[in-house]
Design a protein around this ligand. Sequence first.
Ligand code: F6P
Length: 540
Amino acid sequence: MSTDVTSTDEWRALAAHAEQARALRLRAEFERDPKRPERLSAQAGDLFVDYSKNLVTDETIELLTALARRVGLADRIAAMFAGEHINTSEDRAVLHTALRLPRSAELVVDGQDVVADVHAVLDRMGDFAERVRSGDWRGHTGEKIRTVVNIGIGGSDLGPVMAYEALAPWRDAGIACRFISNIDPTDLSQTLADLDPASTLFVVASKTFSTLETLTNARQARAWLLSGLGDDPAAVAKHFVAVSTNAKLVGEFGIDTDNMFGFWDWVGGRYSFDSAVGLSLMLAIGRDAFGEMLAGFHVVDEHFRTTPIEQNVPALLGLLNVWYNNFLGAQTHAVLPYSQLLHRFPAYLQQLTMESNGKSVTRDGEPVTYQTGEVFWGEPGTNGQHAFYQLIHQGTKLIPADFIGFSEPNYELDEMHDAFMANFFAQTAALAFGRTAAEVEATGVGADVVPHKVMPGNHPTTSILAPKLTPATLGQLVALYEHVTFTEGTIWGIDSFDQWGVELGKEMAKQLAPLLAGEPGDTDPSTAALIARYRTQRGR
Ligand code: F6P
C-alpha cells in the first residue's frame, strides 16, 4: 500500500506554509520585489507562462517541487512515456504521447512497434483526406464531398470540435465539418436538416464502438442517407467511415473495415483527438496542418519529459493547482482564452481534467483523505468579463484563473486585436492589484459608495502568452494541459486514466429505457414517479 501523501513531511510543510501564505499580498510582493516576474515565469515551446501573479513565494515553489520529488513525479513521467501500464485499474499503457512521435523515433511497447503503427494510420488518414479534399473520393452519385459530419461523444467529439473551431483559418478545401454528439434527437435533426446526403460524409468516431449515443445517431444518419439516395445500400460505403479500436463492431455495424481508421487501447478517449479521432479535423485542414499540430504536441511532450521540475511548465502549473486545491481551499479553476477561436477550449478541458482527476480512491483502491479534481470552467474573454468576472473580482470565493492569449491576431484587424488584448492585460492586473479604498476615494466618489467600489485584488492568475494561435501552438497548449492533469493526478496518487464513474448511469439508462415504453421493471419510488409523469405527458 502506498503512503498517504498527507502524512509526508513535504505535505505537512506545505500545510504549515499555507498558514503564512494566507497573509501574502500581491501588491506588497511586487513592490518589494519588482523582479518577481523574471523568476516566476517559464517557457515551454512557444508558450510563455508568467505565474508571478499567483499567491506564492519562492518558498512555496520550493515546497511544491519537494512534494513532486517525494511522490516520484519524474519517475512517473518516465513510466508514462515508456509505455508502462500506469492505468492500473484497466491494466493499460498510457501513450497518447506516442501519437505525436516523429517517424524517426523508436518505441516498442508490449511487443508493438508503436511508432510504425501510429504512422501507418496517419499515412492512411492523410491519403484519404487528400482524396476527399481533392474531389477524387466522391459520393455515391458522383458528387464531391462538401460536408463532413462527425458522430461521436465525449473524447470522440469534444477534441475534434474544439480543434476544428480553433483552426478555422486553416480550413482550406471547402469542406465544412459538423458534429453530432447528443442522443437528444434535436442534435441530429438540426444538424442534418439542410444537408444534401449526396455531398455528405459521415465519420463515426467511437473508441469502443459500443457507445449508445453514437451508435443510435449513426443508425439514424444511415437511414437518413439511404432515404435520400434511393435506398441503395451500396451508398453506405461511399458516405460512412469509422474511427475505432474495435474492428469487429465496426464491421457488424455495416461499415467496410477498409474504411476504418484504427487506434489503440492505450489512447484514452479524452486524449485522442490527435489520433484517428482527429480525422474530421484533418479532412478540413489537411494532413500538413494536422502534422504541424502533432509536432506542436511533441515539443511540449519533450519539454515535460526532459525539463527539471523547477522549470517544467506543466509540472509547475499542476503543482500550483494542487496548492490552491489542497492548501488554500479553492474549489474551481477558471480557464479564460482570449481568442474566440478557442471558444470550445474550456468545454474540452472539462472532460480532460474532470474525467481524469474526478477520483476518490488512490491507485491502490484506498479512499483518499484529501481533495482531488478541480472543477474547470470558463468562456472566452471578453465575453466572460461581461458575465461572471464580477464574482471573481469582488465575490468571496478563491478562483485561480488561467488567461490564455496570443500576440498576433489570426485576422488582419491589428488595432482591434490590441484593444482585445488590452483587456487580457488589464484583467490580470486588476485581479492581482485591485483598487484600495484610498484610491477609490481619490476619484471623488461619495463615502457611501467607496466600499462597493473597492477591489480587493489578490486574485491569482497565470498568464499564458504565445506568438499566434496556429496548429503548432494549439498542439502545445493541449499537451500542456494534458501534462498539468497528469501532474495533479500523480500528486494525488490516483489513476487519471480510467473513468468507471460514468458506467453506472449508462447501465441504468439501458435498464430504464423499457420502463419508458411501459414495460414493467423495478426502480426507486422517485424515479418511478418521474417516469409515470413523463409517460402521462407523452399521452401513454
Ligand atoms: O462515458 C465516457 C466515455 O467513455 C469517455 O471517456 C469517452 O470519451 C466517451 O465515453 C466516448 O466513448 P467512445 O469513443 O468509446 O464512444
